[in-house]
Design a protein around this ligand. Structure first.
Ligand code: MRU
Length: 352
């Protein structure tokens, strides 16, 4: 699989993040040497996408541990604050909590080690999470590629690409793998208001690789389907409940309903680290609400009267019955009579 985009790098005890708020106009990198800066980057969406924020937070823990070590503090108690601060950045994508849990396990199992060894073990675990993400997405892409016939045009939303992960992406890994297998695949990208991840990020990374992409505004999706311009809808996910309900970027649910109305398959590509089997039903998944200015402002200018009441949920819930199949690194899980039972799907979650 061709891959040139790397969302983050760990170099000289520094987490280097491609600042996604500046794309596509500028390709600039942020150097995070402090865990608080990593937390800010996640909150501001300088790094975003479920798998990417998990891995970034893991490196945040390493930076926090190194700081405690430098200041000769107590690692176990000091790290509690670091974990809490990173966990409080964004509430919806479960990969964040999953990655922090992996880091927490290192602290618990290495409690008896001397501080330097514990920090080294934390760094090794963060690097493992980084590498696993790349391999997981490659596998997921290969499994999903089989679902896309030669000549398919795929509709997607937000950015479930390399930029949302360490590399390759989830939904876009499937597209990359299908293209790599010699299929002619094209993409229609929804712009994804209010923060335009589709317009700014998905088109940017697909263009870089020469994968044909057409940008539409979100309200054009129904007409595009009615015109027969797309044959499948494929998105990522931020959290999937045990019953297969999917929480993903706001607008995903509308696409799933439209896909059903036009008899188009609606697929979700996500690693098993996005599955939260402790949650029975998607309605229990917390949905992040973001600031009003994301809706009232556009390109730095007000597009609504001052003081207008705004509702700005960042994610929505797509019921499992609308999801034709879940594409994971462990294979494709198809719904049975519109239902999933992921607790019984024999999934082996990485690191468990
Ligand atoms: O608010 P964002 O940009 O972090 O939202 C990201 C999404 O909704 C993605 O579709 C999801 O994380 C899957 S990414 C592989």
């Amino acid at each position: 699989m061709t891959q040139s985009i790397r969302t983050m790098r760990w170099e000289d005890r520094t987490l280097i993040l491609l600042d996604q708020t500046k794309l596509p106009a500028e390709e600039v990198y942020l150097a995070c040497r402090d865990y608080r800066r990593v937390a800010t980057a996640i909150r501001r969406l300088e790094v975003r996408g479920a798998p990417a924020i998990g891995v970034a937070a893991a490196f945040g823990v390493v930076l926090g541990a190194e700081e405690i070590l430098r200041q000769k503090g107590d690692l176990t108690t000091g790290l509690e604050k670091v974990f809490n601060e990173l966990a409080a950045t964004r509430p919806t994508a479960v990969n964040l909590f999953w990655a922090l849990e992996r880091m927490r396990k290192v602290v618990t199992t290495q409690q008896e080690s001397d501080p330097e060894r514990l920090v080294a073990a934390l760094e090794a675990e963060a690097l493992r999470l980084y590498q696993e993400d790349i391999e997981t997405n490659e596998r997921l892409g290969r499994h999903g590629a089989a679902l896309l016939a030669d000549g398919t045009t795929v509709l997607t939303i937000c950015n479930a690409g390399a930029l949302a992960t360490v590399a390759h992406g989830t939904a876009l890994a499937v597209i990359r793998a299908a293209v790599g297998a010699g299929k002619r695949i094209a993409v229609v990208a929804c712009e994804t208001r209010p923060l335009l991840q589709g317009a700014r990020l998905t088109t940017w990374e697909l263009q870089k690789e020469g994968i044909p992409v057409t940008l539409i505004t979100d309200n054009m999706a129904g007409y595009v389907m009615q015109q027969g311009m797309v044959q499948a809808v494929l998105t990522g996910a931020d959290r999937i409940a045990a019953n297969g309900d999917v929480v993903n970027k706001i607008g995903t649910y509308s696409l799933a309903v439209l896909a059903a109305a036009h008899d188009l398959p609606f697929y979700v590509a996500a690693p098993t680290s996005t599955m939260d089997l402790t949650i029975k039903d998607g309605r229990e998944i917390p949905i992040e609400e973001r600031g009003a200015e994301e809706v009232t402002m556009f390109g730095g200018r007000a597009v609504a009267p001052a003081g207008v009441k705004v509702y700005n949920p960042a994610f929505d819930l797509t019921p499992a019955r609308l999801v034709r199949a879940l594409i994971t690194e462990q294979g494709v899980i198809r719904s049975e009579a519109g239902k999933y039972n992921l607790r019984q799907a024999n999934l082996v979650k990485v690191g468990q």
